[in-house]
Structure formats: C-alpha cells, structure tokens
Design a protein around this ligand. Structure first.
Ligand code: GLN
Length: 493
C-alpha cells in the first residue's frame, strides 16, 4: 500500500505533478487504509467516501488540463476534520448523543477553505464531547487510541485529529483549541499542532464552546505542512466578525533558522509543581538546541499566568453554558419522547442528551452567571484576563517567541485520570495563551526518557506574529526531524 496519508504535502504534490499517481488513487488508498487501520484506533466517526472521490476527480481534471499549479496548496492531500466542524451532508455530532442524528445543512469556512485548497476530505474525527476534556474519553461514541501505545489516550479534545495524523491516515487534519485541545493531543501523539492567534481562522460553522477562546488550527507531521494548511485556512470571513484580514505567507520564514531569534523562557513554568522531569528535560534540551542554532535565551516573567486556570474555568463554562443553550430539543438536538409539557421534554432531553462533563460545565456556567454570583466570579475573571494579556505584551517587548512545556506529562493510560480537576491540570501550560489570544503550537522533540512516549514543546507567538513560532519550530525540526508516523502504523514503502 502506498499510504498517501503518511506522505507530506510536498511529496503528494510532486507525485501528482509527475503523474506517478492520480488524486483518485490517493483517495482510494487513503480510504482503504482507514478501513484497514482505523478499527484499531478509532479516530474516525464518519468516512466521507463520496466527497473524497468527487474532490479527487476535480483535482485530476485540473491536472489533466495542466492546471495543477493553479490548484491550492493542498491539492490532492488527504485531510479530515474534527467532528465539531460542519460539512454539508455529514453528521456533525461533537461526539455527543445530543447531536447523534444531526446532519449539517452547510459547511464551516475552515472546512470549505481546506477543500477549496485542493484537500481530499476523508471524514470526521472523534473528540471529547463538545470539546470538553483532555483525553477524548468523554466521546459518546467510544474512545480513540494513541497510535504510539494503544493502551494510552491520544489527548483531547481533538484526539481523533491528532491520532489520524500520527497513524498516517491523513496528511492534515483540523482541530479546535479553547484551552489546549490542539496542542495537548499534538504533544501526546508526537506531531506538529498549531493554534494560531485568535481571529486567524474563521469560526463560522464550528460548533462553539467558548466563543472568545475557540480557535481552529492544523495538525501535520512537518512544520511546512502545517504552515501550508494555515495559508489555506487564514483570512477574513464576512460570516465571522472576529476573523481578520490576514495575508501572511506562513511558510515565508521557515528557512531563516534560529540565528538572532530571542526566545523567552518562563522560570515559573519550568519549576511548576506537577511538571514531570522527562518533560522538563526535553524543554530544557530544546532550549539548548535553539541556543546552539544561534538563538538568544531570555528569561521572562508572566506574573499573572498562574491565575489563568482559575479564570478559564470561570469564563469557559460561562460561554459554554450560553452556547449550549441552543440544544433545547426544539431548535437543535436530541428530543426525549413521551412528554406532554415542554419543560419536562427540555429537562429530560438535556439530562440524557449531554454526558457528565457537559452537564458539569453547564451547571457551573449557569451558577456563575446568576445574579449575585456574576459579580464575584465572571467580572474578576475578565479582569484577570486583561492582566494576563498585558503580561504577554510586556514579555514580547523582550522576546520574539516563548518556549514552554505543552502538557505537564506524556500520554496517560485510559481511566488513569478520573477526577475532573486533575484532568483540568492537563492544560496548565496552554490555557493562558487562549486567555491572551496569542498563537501557540506543539513541536515534537522526541520521546520522554521515562515513558518512551512523545514529548512536545510549546512555542508561543505574539498576536498575529504566528510566523515567529513557526520559524522557531522549523529550526527545531532541523535537529529533531519531521514527526514520524507512529512506529506500529508506519506503512511499508
Ligand atoms: N481541556 C480543556 C477543557 O476541557 C480545553 C479543551 C479545549 O481546548 N477544547 O476545557
């Protein structure tokens, strides 16, 4: 099997250009590999065979007409989408019983842009229910396994998106990140995973969790592939007033290296309680590598970052509570039968349609926004948000990019973390970036000395300077190499 899902963007394009294979063959092979391999991993909730072949036919037509050069940056590349992204005619379940039978009547802008760029859509990917979680264990449709060790979680909430790329089932997938849901599964599965600056990618058609925090971004096995995906994704969308008119070529400075780059290190992050030694060692090693490549390491302080977790678990549930109000069994969502009164139907539908974590967030949000409580929590959380944002602005007066851990530890075993607050700590190093709206990404830097599982470092950019973190990541890639497909799923060439 050729395993096109295990190829990079450049490799696919070169093969298509040289007519070594057709886009139809790419689609056929990718779909049959999903059939053969995915039952072990369960990254996919739905496979979109028809859409894949239709798109492949378009790409092949363009090639036959000598127009490959005009096709977008992802021409013929196998792609797939987190199941909170609408794609017309597919189920968009958010891994919830609430939306089990919901079929998208329209397509999210991020999905449309990926397909317009030539990507071959393979399907929809598993996630934590409504993106609440860090392990994909809260999906109503079963767990996703980590391709590096099938007994371990892939991270979450975009666990399916990360596992699909790590297993070589797709070249690019999309995820969403509200507090760490792109970067943390990226680190658990050992791949490049980018949460760009808030406003870079349109959220139109992506089922909202926390509208002021949510951002869509790509998973890939190389920095260049992620940058090419960002080129396809970024830009203003009249349907999302928070999206910005971005014309950056995210690949432009990947070859510049780290020379002269000022890299911030946050001592409080490196000394944080709960950070495993094997992760700390890898972050320190990556810092030394960047220094050897000519970067200058500078210590920076983010004095209010330790309050990010508290602010997030006020703001996140408040926004989630408001956003999830639409799933009322009338306008959207599962409807419990047999009720004569609307109140009973509403209560029963929401009690059975939502899983435990979604219910927890809704209850928390409704409490926090109630009269008398709002002033005590929501308002101060917004003030903390401003302080954290200012911390980052000050730090970036001294540095171009910040280097930090992504997750305090490598991928854990199924069931190992059952207490919600311990699970919430998975995002202790990623959440402040959503609060401030900056760009953040995971860059894989090999395996942990203790666990033997992938470890990633986080690179954090000033707002709308995502090219800085991509440049630092590309420099690290010259040392650590592009991310491999997980050994057990490495196709024979
Ligand atoms: N793990 C965090 C949460 O449960 C972040 C999730 C996300 O980024 N969608 O809220």
């Amino acid at each position: 099997m050729a395993a096109f899902g295990a190829m990079g963007v450049r490799e696919v394009r070169a093969g298509l250009a040289a007519k070594e294979f057709s886009a139809r063959e790419v689609a056929e092979d990718a779909l049959s590999r999903i059939k053969a391999v995915d039952p072990q991993i369960h990254a996919f909730l739905e496979v979109t065979e028809e859409a894949a072949y239709a798109q492949a036919a378009k790409v092949d037509e363009a090639i036959a007409a000598g127009r490959l050069a005009e096709m977008g940056p992802l021409a013929g590349v196998p792609v797939a989408f987190k199941d909170n992204m609408n794609m017309e005619g597919t189920h968009t379940t958010c891994s919830s019983r609430m939306l089990e039978n919901y079929v998208s009547p329209y397509t999210a802008t991020c999905v449309a842009n990926t397909i317009a760029a030539g990507g071959i859509p393979l399907g929809k990917l598993n996630m934590d229910e409504f993106a609440f979680g860090s392990s994909t264990e809260s999906s109503a449709f079963g767990i996703t396994r980590n391709p590096w060790d099938l007994e371990r979680v892939p991270g979450g909430s975009s666990g399916g998106s990360a596992a699909a790329v790590a297993a070589g089932l797709a070249t690019i997938t999309l995820g969403s990140d509200t507090g760490g849901s792109i970067r943390q599964p990226g680190s658990f599965c050992g791949i490049v995973a980018v949460k760009p600056t808030y406003g870079t990618v349109s959220r139109y058609g992506v089922v909202a969790f926390g509208s002021s925090l949510d951002q869509v971004g790509p998973f890939a096995r190389s920095v260049e592939d992620a940058a090419l995906a960002l080129n396809a994704l970024a830009g203003h969308d009249p349907l999302d007033c928070t999206s910005q008119d971005i014309r950056t070529d995210f690949t432009a400075n990947l070859a510049e290296g780290a020379k002269g780059l000022k890299v911030g290190i946050v001592p409080a992050f490196m000394e944080a309680e709960g950070l495993d030694a094997e992760v700390r060692d890898k972050v320190a090693e990556a810092a030394r590598q960047l220094e050897q490549l000519g970067a200058e390491l500078v210590e920076v302080d983010l004095p209010n970052a330790q309050a990010a977790m508290s602010a997030y678990y006020v703001l996140g549930p408040c926004e989630a509570f408001s956003n999830l109000a639409r799933f009322d069994s009338v306008r959207y969502g599962y409807c419990a039968e047999g009720h004569k009164d609307l109140g009973g139907q509403y209560e029963d539908s929401r009690a059975t349609g939502f899983g435990p974590e979604a219910r927890r967030r809704i209850m928390l949000g409704s409490y926090l926004l109630s009269a008398g409580v709002y002033e005590k929590y929501y308002y101060p959380a917004q003030q903390v948000r401003t302080l954290i944002t200012q911390d980052y602005v000050r730090a970036y007066e001294k540095v171009d990019v910040i280097l930090a851990p992504v997750s305090p530890r490598t991928a854990f075993k199924f069931g190992e973390i059952s207490d919600p607050t311990t699970m919430y700590l998975s995002d202790m190093f990623t959440i402040s970036i959503n609060i401030a709206g900056n760009g953040g990404m995971n860059m894989p830097v090999g395996l942990g000395a203790e666990s033997g599982m992938p470890v990633g470092v986080q690179l954090i950019s000033p707002q709308f300077k995502d090219e800085n973190m991509l440049r630092a990541a590309a420099a690290l890639e010259t040392v650590y190499g592009p991310a491999p497909v997980a050994p057990a799923f490495c196709p024979e060439r």
